[in-house]
Design a protein around this ligand. Structure first.
Ligand SMILES: [Zn+2]
Length: 651
């Protein structure tokens, strides 16, 4: 229950926030997705000191401009309004124009429209830059539905038109518009209006999405602090995207259908309503929001499946980092946002790992307190890594500057070595080493003894230091960081081959193992998705593969024949005959990585082109149609950080 005083305080805070934005839009828009035309009237209040220029997206043009009651002129798509910026002004912009069609492939950067779905990220109304508040009314022909982020204040369907109005919750820097032939499903949960805007073909997924969304809101509302928006909408897109906005997410219709999305990515996008939207990224010292969201969503869901699953996740992230091209290994304070998969290895995964180490370092209680303090201090503001450091340091009652400095400002990761191992009946001694300049690390060490494991944390701040662990029973093995709790550079022996090793390699070539042109096209498309660029296709006469990273893709029998000619192992026995397509990673005699994709037909190949890149962190994956029915890692080799201790014969 909320006390009246608290409600009043909230209302006052909301008013103060609205008053703070330099620009307020009252916008009405008539939008025709079939003709791809729009017609808008924007009544803008510019507060004293606010911006004095605006622009519209290409294709749109001003019909009439009135500033403080008088007709005014700027360029066709906007410009500077010649008025005194020290005073406030009322500006009315009437505009209209065309929007380009939704592209066949690739993401849209500007507004795109069509009857299957329209996405107008920006420029569809006079954009002044900076923060603004808004009231928007959108009018589209039935059965189209349209929305923006914000509170739904009215909604009608009369005659052949659908009309909906939205108002801002807090100042925003961007306001996208979405429309499509959506069926709207709604559920009210704890007063939050949860909605799916799915096309008819995906309507059967609504219940699952609404249910999971309610669970995620409950989880984070309890963990971080009160959910700041009046509801949450999941909107399907004809584009292959996964985007978060205040109180909503926009997800590609094909992505929505992937079976793991409600249990993983949906939670990630919901959590962005706190991290990234509720607290915005200041950006001066990098983007902290993806790492914190990945840690508190994706990684948390993995941890719920057990310690083994969480360890596998950490191994996957370390392995991905180990194969990252050096040019992609940038410090976290330079990460802005995900541009391609390789930037995910640091900006998402290394950053999430840093939060995992931080929780180990200060303990789960202080970590939870830090998260809540950060939210309370910066809700509806932009914040930096430095602000996060301050919140966690206050929760832990100690400085965390050395921790944050080494993990944010340095690229790379420590490389640990183990030497001088000696064991006595009641003691094991050893030397830990790391490269210059040293990190300050709490290195977990486990001694397996006849009476069970003995775990210790060793504080290593030098390039070499000798330690001893006392035990009460015969020591058998010594293992350094056996649970992979440190973000470190793995030894090659600790790294099983994974599919992404080839996908990340800029010199990698593709060899097609196909006997007909239709399959060849499907194989090239798959390669383009895996590499995120057009593939370099190489010939393999007599089965001689290029002496570098290679992707072999084709039909099962053709692939098997090609591997035989190349004198390589065929389909791994663990995968043979399973599903409709298999992909696996291996290393050749010269250590060059190879990824193989073998499908039972052109359709089977086409079906996996989109889901396959999601399994880049795996050694193998088996698909039935588009569904991954089995995936995993080959067992790693022996780690040089694990040593068997000599057994003593009893005297
Ligand atoms: Zn994200």
């Amino acid at each position: 229950m909320i006390r009246a005083g608290a409600l009043l305080a909230l209302a006052l805070a909301a008013q103060a926030l609205a008053a703070d934005a330099p620009v307020h839009h009252v916008l009405t828009l008539r939008f025709e997705p079939a003709q791809r035309t729009l017609e808008g009237t924007d009544r803008v209040t510019l507060r004293a000191g606010g911006p004095g220029a605006f622009k519209l997206a290409p294709g749109l043009a001003i019909v009439r401009l009135v500033v403080d009651g008088k007709p005014a002129e700027v360029g066709a798509r906007g410009g500077r309004i010649a008025v005194d910026q020290g005073a406030s002004h009322e500006v009315v912009v009437e505009y209209r124009g065309d929007v380009v069609p939704v592209p066949e492939t690739a993401d849209a950067s500007g507004p795109v429209a069509g009857t299957d779905g329209s996405y107008l990220p920006d420029g569809w109304f006079p954009t002044f830059g900076g923060l603004f508040t808004y009231e928007v009314t959108i009018d589209v022909p039935d059965p189209q539905r349209a929305l923006t982020p914000g509170r739904l204040t009215s909604e009608t369907t009369d005659g052949a038109r659908y009309r909906a109005s939205f108002a801002s919750i807090a100042p925003v820097a961007e306001l996208p518009l979405f429309a499509g032939p959506y069926r709207v499903s709604e559920r009210i949960h704890r007063g939050w209006r949860l909605r799916t805007y799915f096309d008819a073909g995906a309507a059967d997924l609504s219940d699952t999405y609404l249910e999971r969304t309610a669970d995620y809101l409950d989880l984070y509302d309890g963990w971080i602090g009160a959910y700041p928006y009046p509801g949450f909408s999941i909107v399907s897109s004809p584009l292959p995207v996964g985007l978060a906005f205040p109180g909503m997410t926009y997800i590609g219709e094909q992505v929505l259908r992937l079976p793991f999305i409600p249990a993983t990515s949906l939670g990630h996008e919901v959590l962005h309503s706190w991290w990234g939207e509720g607290v915005r990224v200041d950006g001066r010292d990098g983007n902290w929001a993806e790492g914190l969201t990945t840690f508190m969503a994706d990684y948390t869901f993995t941890e719920r499946r057990g310690e083994d699953a969480a360890r596998d996740q950490r191994l996957a992230w370390l392995r991905e980092f180990a194969i990252l091209p050096p040019a992609e290994d940038r410090p976290l304070d330079s990460f802005r946002g995900r541009m391609h998969t390789a930037s995910q290895a640091t900006g998402y995964h290394k950053a999430a790992f840093v939060f995992e180490m931080l929780r180990d370092e200060i303990g789960p209680d202080a970590f939870a307190t830090g998260v809540r303090r950060f939210w309370q201090a910066h809700r509806f503001e932009a914040a930096t890594w430095k602000d996060l450091e301050a919140a966690f340091a206050s929760a832990a009652s100690r400085s965390l500057t050395p921790f944050f400095t080494q993990w944010l400002h340095r690229p790379g990761a420590p490389r640990l070595g183990l030497g001088d191992v000696a064991s006595e009946p009641a003691r094991v001694s050893f030397t830990l080493t790391q490269d210059e300049p040293p990190y300050v690390l709490g290195v977990p060490v486990t001694v397996e003894t006849a009476a069970g494991p003995v775990g210790r944390t060793m504080y290593l701040a030098e390039t070499a230091r000798t330690f001893a662990v006392d035990v009460t029973a015969e020591p058998r093995t010594l293992a350094v960081d056996p649970d992979l709790r440190l973000f470190r550079r793995l030894d090659p022996a600790e790294i099983p081959p994974i599919l992404r090793e080839v996908a990340f390699d800029p010199t990698a070539e593709t060899v097609l193992a196909v006997s007909d042109p239709a399959t060849g096209t499907a194989a090239r498309e798959l390669a383009a998705r895996l590499f995120e660029r057009p593939p370099t296709v190489a010939e393999a006469p007599d089965g001689a593969l290029p002496p570098r990273a290679v992707l072999v893709v084709g039909l099962t029998d053709d692939v098997a024949a090609l591997l035989t000619r190349a004198r390589l192992e065929g389909v791994p026995p663990a995968l043979a005959g399973k599903g409709t397509a298999r992909a696996w990673a291996a290393r050749r005699g010269d250590r060059a990585p190879i990824a193989v994709v073998a499908a039972d037909g052109a359709d089977a190949l086409r079906a996996i082109a989109r889901p396959l890149p999601h399994y880049g962190g795996e050694s193998f994956v088996v698909f039935r149609g588009a569904e991954a029915v089995e995936h995993g890692l080959w067992p790693p080799g022996a780690s040089p950080l694990r040593v068997s201790l000599p057994t003593r014969s009893p005297r």
